[in-house]
Structures are given as C-alpha cells and as structure tokens.
Ligand binder design. Structure first.
Ligand code: GLU
Length: 294
C-alpha cells in the first residue's frame, strides 16, 4: 500500500478558528494513525485578503496546537501559471465561456422568473444556478460587454463537460461525518449538473477554488482528502475537473463542522472562537482538543 498523503489547506484571510483546529487535528491524527504524511497548503488566491502577517500567525497557531507538517508548503499564489495552463486546456476543449452577469443581474432575473410561480434552481450552496447571459441580456448589450472592458467570470459549460466525459461520475468516500472516518470506502454518485456552470476563473484572477483544489491535490500527491462536510457537495465538481484534466482521484472523507452558539458555521470574523483569542485567554492546546470534541 502506498503511503497515505493528507493535507490541511487553510486560507490566511483571517485568524484560524475552532473549525480549522478540528480539521487540522483530524488530519494530523489520521496521518499519524495511518503512518502517512500531512502536507500544508496555503490557499491564498485572494491576494487582497490574504496577508503574509496572517500566514505567519496561522503557522504559529498550528505549531502551538501541536500540528506539524511534512514536505514543503505549497502556496497557491505561486502557482497562477499552472492554473492558467489548465484553464487554457479546458478552453481549447471548448468548455469555457465568459459570463458577464453581475450578482445583482442574476438576482433580478431569478426574482422576475419566480414571479411566474416556478422556482429557479439553486446550487447545493443555495446560490442560483447561472442562467446564461442570453437569457438576461439583449443582443446589443451582450455585444457591448464583449467588446468593452467589463468584468467577467470564466465559467465551465457543465452540460458540454458532462457530454464530453460521457459516463456517470462518482467518488470514493470513507466513513461517516465525524465519528467513523475510517470505515471502508463506498462509491457516492456525483451530481455535478446541480451546480450548473461553475466559475473557474475571473477576468483578473486566473483560478477559482474548484480549479486550484484539484490541481493542487494532484501536484501534492494527496491520496486522502479530509475536509469539512460543507465541501462535500463540491466533490461533484472536483470529479468533473479531475476527469477532464486527467488528474488522479483521491479518497474523500468529510468531517462534522464546529458550530457557533447560534448553530451556524463559524466564521473568521467571530472573535471568541479564534485560536489566538482562546490562547490569550489561557486555554491550552489540550483544551482546544476538548473544545472541538476530540
Ligand atoms: N481552503 C478551504 C477552507 O479553508 C479548504 C479547501 C479544501 O479542504 O478543499 O475552507
């Protein structure tokens, strides 16, 4: 059996909170139990919000927590040329188009559509599926935007992508949320069509979460993805990109989330669950393990 390779992939756009601690500790525990490696990936595509100071704090918090990493750190901000290369490949396959609709235009379209009584489809994250520019903009406006210097998103034509792949996709998932992450893997049917035409890049950003995550997992030789259950549905999109770009398929596990007192997912702006804040209040690393239920 090849050595399992796990990864922890935080974004340094705020301080780590208890949810990150759970994810980092579960990955570290799994790598140790399975005699594997744990790699670190800094997901800093968003250069406006990710700062070197936050990255330093993040590394320091992880060291304090007792999580250490094998191998070199991979920084997404150093890999824009790789992402661009993959985007070019998908474009050459005829699967990428420019979508010019703004969020407000999509919202306006959906509310007009729904006054007719039908519901416009939402993706698994709850956002409206992209309607396509032709449904919303008149021809002269479409031409104006294409000719001008307007912002756009580069979107995957999902129907064409699925046509090209030609088979029903699935993925291997091990365990159940939180408790039984090491149960034997089973195949889960993917439902990429539910996402519609996902964003692969934007005019000024040559990648998106979906595109970079599949390229980076492959580049780092990740065999075991263990991440929060909020990203489970996105695995369908990741399988599409892996199939199109001939990338290996890791084994997936999705863990429970740490919820705030309001029952919602923690966010980086929530001060009282930040690891830094809890450290300042005198909690120990063992105390953090207890707080996240390990
Ligand atoms: N960067 C993502 C996050 O902080 C994790 C991505 C992943 O594990 O696939 O939520």
């Amino acid at each position: 059996m090849p050595k399992p390779v796990f990864r922890f992939a935080p974004s340094p756009n705020g301080h780590l909170h208890l949810g990150h601690a759970l994810s980092a500790l579960l990955n570290a525990d799994a790598a140790r139990v399975m005699d594997g490696d744990l790699l670190l990936r800094i997901e800093d595509i968003d250069q406006a919000r990710c700062t070197p100071a936050l990255e330093r704090d993040l590394l320091e918090d992880l060291t304090w927590l007792g999580v250490s990493f094998d191998g070199p750190v991979l920084r997404q901000s150093e890999r824009f040329a790789i992402y661009q290369g993959a985007l070019d490949r998908l474009t050459e396959m005829g699967l990428v188009y420019r979508g010019y609709l703004t969020r407000a235009e999509i919202k306006g379209f959906v509310s007009d559509f729904e006054t007719g009584g039908d519901r416009w489809p939402r993706d698994p994250d709850g956002a409206p599926v992209y309607p396509g520019d032709h449904r919303v903009l008149a021809q002269p406006e479409l031409e104006k935007r294409a000719a001008g210097d307007m912002p756009y998103a580069l979107r995957l034509n999902m129907a064409a992508a699925l046509d090209r792949i030609g088979t029903q996709l699935n993925w291997r998932e091990a365990g159940a949320e939180g408790t039984a992450l090491f149960e034997p893997a089973r195949r889960i049917g993917a439902d990429p069509a539910a996402w519609g035409d996902v964003v692969l890049a934007r005019k000024d950003t040559p990648t998106s979460y979906h595109l970079s995550v599949v390229l980076d997992d492959a580049a780092q030789g990740v065999t075991d993805v263990l991440r929060g259950v909020d990203l489970r549905a996105a695995t369908s999109v990741h399988r599409v990109l892996q199939a199109l770009l001939d990338l290996p398929e890791p084994l997936y596990r999705h863990h429970r989330l740490v919820l705030g007192p309001d029952g919602r997912k923690l966010s980086k702006s929530n001060k009282d669950t930040s690891i830094r804040e809890l450290r300042a209040q005198g909690i120990s690393a063992a105390g953090i393990r207890t707080r996240v239920g390990l």
